[in-house]
Ligand binder design. Structure first.
Ligand code: FAD
Length: 263
């Protein structure tokens, strides 16, 4: 690790002030990604601002909306009885992230800010049309994800909460890396009164994306058979030791069909 200063502010205002003092300062949530990055000297922040003193944790369900604080751990999301009833697919997604240790430390805000191209949450946030709230503004999911490891967040901007509309049906399915459980291909499908939304993670070089072909087919007929014949071009897919671009493109169809059946 390189040297940096560490602070643990007790208020959002103090955290924002600590981050804005310095262009190289970074927030720390569960540390599941950022601490390994620091240990491997892949980042050289001047200051690390720990968000764990700010609260920002917990789940509220009111008026057809689910609000999840940014510091809520994956384990809390996975086990919350109200969420399991409102959006079971979201709770199930959280229960399948990493292992026990990762689920007890990792947070929804950290996952979204990081926007790892193989992370699970971005697909749920995009497919459910969630809204990301920060200390400055509200950002629609469609505007938030801007390519691998890139989001609409500005320097010093802190995610405080994520708000999800409750769909009629939704589910997440992933073809996972057996070691890390990150998605080789993960698909979140959601059915609303006005149509279906489908978001794919793990597959594309551009990070999470909405699948227009699947959305069109599933908006007309939300059934596993409706996914038949909807193709996914391999051009923009990731290819690595785990799966070629062509295999990932094929998996998108298989995993979407399974997700719809699960929903
Ligand atoms: C072994 C292992 C397996 C994993 N498997 C999976 C998996 O199967 N699926 C999956 O989706 N994920 C997986 N993860 C990722 C993990 O679940 C966390 O979501 C991820 O590490 C980031 O969350 P964190 O709270 O630890 O954030 P941190 O590591 O603390 O931060 C990550 C980044 O987000 C920024 N940040 C954090 N919080 C905020 C905030 N509120 N506002 C603005 N910026 C913020 C930080 O500055 C940093 O740049 C895995 C991680 C590990 C180590």
């Amino acid at each position: 690790m390189y040297d940096f200063t560490y602070s643990k502010p007790a208020s959002l205002g103090d955290a924002v002030a600590a981050l804005s003092k310095d262009a190289e300062a970074k927030p720390l949530a569960g540390g599941m990604t950022y601490i390994p990055v620091l240990k491997q000297r892949l980042a050289k922040p001047s200051a690390v601002v720990d968000l764990s003193g700010l609260g920002m944790s917990g789940i509220i369900i009111v008026g057809g909306k689910v609000k999840i604080g940014a510091m809520t751990t994956h384990d809390t999301v996975a086990k919350h009885a109200g969420l399991k009833a409102a959006i079971p697919g979201l709770a199930a997604l959280a229960s399948g992230i990493g292992d026990e240790a990762v689920r007890h430390r990792g947070t929804i805000g950290g996952s979204l800010a990081n926007n790892d191209p193989a992370a699970c949450y971005p697909s749920a946030v995009l497919a459910l049309g969630a809204t990301i709230t920060t200390n400055k503004r509200s950002i629609a999911a469609d505007d938030f994800f801007q390519g691998m490891f890139t989001t609409a967040l500005e320097h010093g901007e802190i995610i405080t909460e994520v708000e999800f509309p409750v769909p009629e049906k939704a589910a997440y399915e992933k073809f996972k890396n057996p070691a890390s459980r990150y998605a080789i291909v993960g698909v979140f499908v959601a059915k609303f009164a006005n149509g279906a939304r489908v978001a794919v993670t793990g597959a594309s070089q551009s990070g999470v994306f909405r699948h227009e072909g699947m959305e069109k087919a599933l908006s007309a007929n939300f059934s596993p058979d409706a996914t038949k014949g909807v193709t996914t071009p391999a051009d923009d897919m990731n290819g690595d030791i785990h799966a070629s671009a062509e295999y990932r493109a094929h998996l998108v169809g298989v995993i979407t069909k399974r997700a719809v059946a699960k929903a």
